[in-house]
Design a protein around this ligand. Structure first.
Ligand code: SF4
Length: 344
């Protein structure tokens, strides 16, 4: 347990919506995240995948306390001490942010066009008051070099750079406070494929050099496969499967994971692709389906799925899933896990 950096227990984020009526009105809740528990080890990358509306973004934002969780606990092990993030407020919370940073999705809109690269990278350092004067410049140069940015770029403005270079600037900004934990939120999805590989390799090099821990949130499974040690799959506010990357991709145990995998383009022409077509859209998180939340779209649904919620259980070492038929379903993974770059 001492290798755990971050532990999340029963995290819930419910957003209230009030209906307007003459006599009072009632409050209902959007259950964006509904009872999620997991941990991330020091130096590990945990991938988090799911369709839009699954709640993966809200999990990331509530860990950073950009959104206040409704319920649950987030603890962070730092310098031999366990810190309960829900207990931090005001100055204490601001100071603690140096340990946790975010790399944004869009390298174009996430950089202020009126600030120089030097000022953009220095911003968190100045905001958290971690350094001033010459020390700021030294830290900016050191961090820019780590991110393989030419030091001559520091005086320029973001418009002078390509998407890949801008994302390096965003990574440098996230690294300047020397965080231990970084949330990569769709951090390569806006980039060309060739540039995606460069940025992923940079993130992996930085992790090896600085011992960073990542939560890598993305919708592209092949990107997640490339960088993650374990992958969690989310559906309608809950985890449905979590496993070591290779195991998840070669032998998924939840029908939703199988459906997501079947959408990955197969590069081997000898392997026949049989896409799993899901029925309809993801249901509303205001009134999620009874029993198994996936039952309205699952190709293997049985009567019990409509009334009883499946148990989240460990079916092999480190491999968890929530499905009534986890032991009997023979699901297809990506046969050529190696060909999509599964490295762990
Ligand atoms: Fe499908 Fe039933 Fe398993 Fe849910 S419990 S994933 S509906 S088979």
């Amino acid at each position: 347990m001492s290798d755990i950096l971050l532990e999340i227990k029963n995290l819930k984020v419910h957003f209230p919506i009030r209906s307007k009526q003459f006599f009072g009105g009632s409050t209902t809740y959007v259950k964006a995240v509904d009872g999620v528990s997991f941990y991330i080890e020091k130096g590990e990358t945990l991938g988090l995948v799911g369709e839009s509306g699954s709640g993966k973004t809200t999990v990331g934002r509530s860990i950073l306390r950009a959104i206040e969780p409704t319920e649950g606990q987030v603890t962070f092990n730092v310098d031999g001490q366990t810190v309960d993030l829900s207990q931090l407020q005001g100055k204490e919370l601001r100071a603690f942010r140096k340990h946790m940073q975010l790399i944004f999705q869009d390298p174009y809109s996430s950089l202020n066009p009126r600030m120089t690269v030097r000022d953009i990278i220095a911003e968190p350092l100045v905001a958290i008051k971690l350094a001033k004067g010459k020390e700021v410049d030294e830290r900016v140069r050191e961090t820019a070099a780590l991110c393989k940015l030419n030091l001559e770029y520091l005086r320029r403005f973001p418009h002078a750079f390509s998407g890949g270079q801008r994302q390096r600037i965003g990574i440098a900004r996230a690294l300047i406070s020397r965080p231990q934990f970084i949330i990569c939120y769709e951090s390569v999805s806006a980039l060309d494929v060739s540039i995606q590989a460069e940025v992923l390799n940079l993130l992996m090099d930085l992790q090896a050099e600085l011992g960073l821990t990542y939560l890598f949130i993305a919708h592209d499974l092949s990107v997640v496969a490339h960088i993650s040690k374990r992958v969690a799959v989310m559906y309608l506010g809950q985890f449905v499967e979590l496993a070591p990357t290779k195991q998840l991709f070669s032998a998924p145990k939840h029908p939703y994971t199988e459906a997501l995998m079947s959408a990955i383009p197969e590069v081997n022409p000898d392997v026949e692709m049989v896409p799993v077509h899901l029925k309809g859209e993801i249901p509303s998180p205001v009134n999620p389906p009874s029993g198994c939340r996936f039952h309205t779209r699952c190709p293997y649904v049985e009567d019990v799925c409509r009334t009883e919620m499946p148990e989240w259980r460990e079916i092999a070492e480190g491999h968890f899933a929530a499905c009534h038929f986890v032991d009997s379903l023979q699901l297809k993974g990506t046969v050529t896990a190696d060909s999509i770059g599964v490295v762990n």
